[in-house]
Design a protein around this ligand. Sequence first.
Ligand code: SF4
Length: 814
Amino acid sequence: MKTEISRRRFLQGSAALTVVGVSGAASALIKIEEKSEIANFALTKTQITGKLQKIPTLCEMCVNKCAAMARVEDGKLTKLNPNPLFPKSRNMLCARGNAGIQALEDPDRLKYPLIRVGERGEGKFKRVTWDEAYEHIKDKMVKILDEEKDNRSTIGFCAGEGMAEHTYASFMKDKIGSFNFVNHSSICLATTIAGYTLTLGGYGQADLDNAEYVIMAGANRAEAIVTPDTMDLFKRTKGRGTRLVVIDPRFTNTAAHADTWLPIEVGTDLAFVLALTYVAFMEGHYNKRFAQENMSDFEAYKKHIINNKYTPEWAESITGIKAEEIRKISRDFMAHAPRSIYYQGRRTAWSHQDYQLRRAQAIFTALGGGIDKKGGIVFGKKLPLGEHNIPSPSYDNAKERIEKDKAAVVGSSGSWIAWRNTVIDGTAPYQIRAFFAYKQNPMLSVPNTKKTKQMLEKMDLVVVIDTMPSDTVMMADVILPESVYLEREDPVKTFGGSEPSIALRKQVVEAKHDTKPVIEIMRGLGEKLSKPLFEISKKYDESLQGEIADRGEAVVYKEEGYDLADGYRHSQTAINHHMVASVYGEEAWDMLQEKGVFYPDMDKFFKKRSVNEYQYYPEHEKSYSVITGDLINEPYHDTCVDTEEIAVLKKDFRTATKKVACALYNLKEKKGIDAMPAWRNELYKPTPEGRFRFITGRHGQFTQSGSSNNALLLDLLSENHLWINKRVADEKGIGLDDMVEVKSSIGAIHIKAYPTEKIGSNVVFFAHGFGAESSELTLAHHRGANDNLIIEDHYEKAFGSAAMHETIVDIRRV
Ligand code: SF4
């Protein structure tokens, strides 16, 4: 299907859809074209006769949560405008954010609860009431948990990132009692969180506003997360104050804004960083005082780098980046330090060496002293919120997570690939018999879609909570429709950083359909499940039996949290009110309700500087350096690092040694993970001649598969294309829009080609999020290709994170 809305029309505003009132996807597009002039005219100020409201919300079109002011006329949402008060989004909504209005209006939305009536995956459902849906889930869960003798972990669950993720996860984990949780972390940023946290004590925030030198490797901020600090950074590149070096096998839009773009062999970034470090050590270009004061096992690390001969020439042979370039970047980085950042990265699920790569980056940045320092990586402050405690029962028979031994460290967010594979390969210590999914679409988001389907097919019960009929929803037995973000109030959130604030997503309009926010779904499920599941625990849980004998059933049930709905009975607004007013008072709550944003002294600090420039905190109030220690005043000259900016503050990092951890001997001893970042040849597989390494990533207007049915965004990119090197494509007789087959060891897809010089000759790429199978997604159905049909299910063995760039493919024209 071809979308018809023009780009100009899209940019005119997202208002038209609400007024036109779409009823079917194809016809909706035609109606917009026909009626747009009237629709837009109808929204001019003079035409408003009814009540006009401005209601603060937070965007949910990606994870960034930019603040918006919704314009609501007579109860109808007519426009989303950026909210200038929020330091994080600084009066900006990107294209996706503007298209959020269509999330509300999408005619394909899930509108009421459904129960499957056909075969699983066949797409046949019947409409039911919420109570019937809960009853169905209860019957299945009682049977499963009785047969599994109250092993609560037989129920697996997953979640995508979102403000209500914690509400859902705490219900499934703390109330239902399962350990088998998997979220987006292991298919996203688990390795960079682990690498930076173990090395520096936290992931931190790259202070791009004040950095003078930034290396961004594989992080495509111009397209993956188009936020104000990204845009502001681009205003300062190319001789305007910040040097940006982009390392990427593709010439992305981020690379287009850079001062230097260096294509690299996929999977070799660790060799590049080790060589940068080698140069710094050999030439003495690093912040010696910072190293002496703040880095543990520093001399051992230096010896390790030098003795292993991680020379620029060695790195050139692996990465393809010239040795002289590596020397220059290392010197330039240190010359600008401490205002130099090796950007941490976001979705770092690339290769088998990701975790050590992130450690090496963090240590290299620390060598310049740019940690907990303006222009470097800062930790900032977080404004505390009041507590909302939920009593959680303990279940003696709940067993440990099934994939805990499949990687050295598997945390509470799990390893998606290892977990799923364990369910289906027969190595699980017990069966996973039920699966709950919230706001995640593993059929499209986890490598190897066939295996995810196999996993879901094995379940006795699949429950999915979502807003759209995704491929995962189509595999469900019970579908519980969530209200979209504009129809609900979510848990209030505190945003840390150098300019901390608290922000609120308020309900903007009444729910259009028979949908509910997560807190109400948890309440309904809790009320239905509490007593029947308590009976099962009474039957099998000896500790509970003892407690009941001692204290009486009614007391234990109430005090130990077996009433599964007890934490969810208050409205979200009442909980938010308590969490804010109990710490900052009623005035703060009032301000938050009205403005959507609050921080102490906001009324004093916030100033409009020019047409679109704002001050949130005066410079001296910003929290750049927050780690305590003794300031050493003497200037230190034995370094190339700018003495004016020298970072000589003795820190107190949140690591075991309280210093930047160059070596982690404990992890080596207990888990067999290299104590110091080291290149491992055996973990790197060069791309064979004539074949291609497949890489995936985001497009600027799409947020994974979540926005794939959005009519407004499809106008900007109607499907994904295969990026293939132009000369290679010519040799293969492949032209623009020719259909090609991309085949890996696990499957093949067909996709249109985009021959370009912007990608290396042994790499191919296409954007993630397309290729939905669900026929209920009228616009997204069979549009483009699903990358996870060909991405093999490799995962790195330190933290169980997906290694999505380890797949080798063949290409042919079809
Ligand atoms: S970056 Fe765009 S999509 Fe993401 S939260 Fe902000 S406005 Fe929404």
